[in-house]
Write a protein that binds this ligand. Structure first.
Ligand SMILES: Nc1ncnc2c1ncn2[C@@H]1O[C@H](COP(=O)(O)OP(=O)(O)OP(=O)(O)O)[C@@H](O)[C@H]1O
Ligand SMILES: [Mg+2]
Length: 225
């Protein structure tokens, strides 16, 4: 299997201020590979570094040291613009608190990441409608987030992450705020997306959720356990 994600001795140190000592090393040398089309759950206690790692994988943050290759491309040499361009084309990110735009409808929220892609409005709209149908929200497209349930908002966030047809989907506790039935529905969607060939990395505290993944990676105090 070709790696989608390859991390070699990745560290991340947070510095509090200019003169305040050595900083806190949150990731202490992470080496791992995630194959294309693989479904991986990332587990670990609170504070173990899961979100920090996911942000680095998602090109939302940079490692302090180490080599990160995404889809065979070394990303450390990319400048910020190149990184965000690569991110928009390659990655879909789903957060725990959905980060939907409150004054935009479900449909507009899903279209949003496409506005930088240069694709025609009509084509974007058609794809967004298709995705919202796929996540079971055909009759909610014109609703704003405050009129949607938590599970419905998470499904909008999923449709949004899929708009640009990313190879890799990253999700940070996507079921954390949901009851077990709704969480099960969201996980079914993740498995559908996985079956369509995507690589998925999902952070979760939930053992049942993690057990449905092909592989579980445990983080413990900034290291792979
Ligand atoms: N910007 C930052 N500046 C300083 N320290 C940070 C920063 N972001 C995270 N940390 C520290 O890094 C450690 C790991 O945080 P992280 O958010 O990655 O944990 P997590 O495994 O996602 O935890 P949780 O399960 O609670 O979400 C924590 O001790 C946190 O205080
Ligand atoms: Mg976290």
């Amino acid at each position: 299997m070709q790696p989608a994600i390859s991390l070699n001795n990745i560290t991340r140190t947070f510095f509090q201020g200019a003169d305040e000592g050595p900083g806190i090393e949150v990731l202490k040398g992470i080496t791992l590979e995630i194959g294309q089309g693989e479904f991986v759950a990332l587990q670990g206690t609170s504070g173990s570094g899961k979100s920090t790692l996911l942000h680095i994988i998602g090109l939302l943050d940079r490692p302090t040291a180490g080599v990160y290759k995404l889809m065979d491309r070394d990303v450390s040499g990319l400048d910020d613009d190149e990184q965000s361009d690569f991110r928009n084309k390659t990655l879909g990110f789903i957060f725990q608190s959905f980060y939907l735009i409150p004054y935009a409808t479900a449909l507009e929220n899903v279209i949003l990441p496409g506005l930088y892609s240069g694709r025609a409005q009509a084509e974007l709209r058609e794809r967004a409608e298709y995705l919202l149908e796929r996540v079971g929200l055909a009759d909610r497209m014109t609703f704003r987030p405050n009129r949607l349930s938590g599970g419905q908002q998470q499904r909008v966030a999923m449709a949004r992450a899929l708009l640009n047809e990313p190879d890799v989907i990253l999700a940070d506790e996507p079921t954390g705020q949901l009851d077990s039935t709704t969480s099960g529905e969201i996980m079914n969607l993740f498995h559908d997306v996985h079956e369509s060939g995507k690589t998925i990395v999902l952070v979760t505290h939930d053992v049942e959720v993690a057990d449905t993944a092909q592989k579980i990676i445990h983080l413990s105090d900034g290291r792979v356990a």
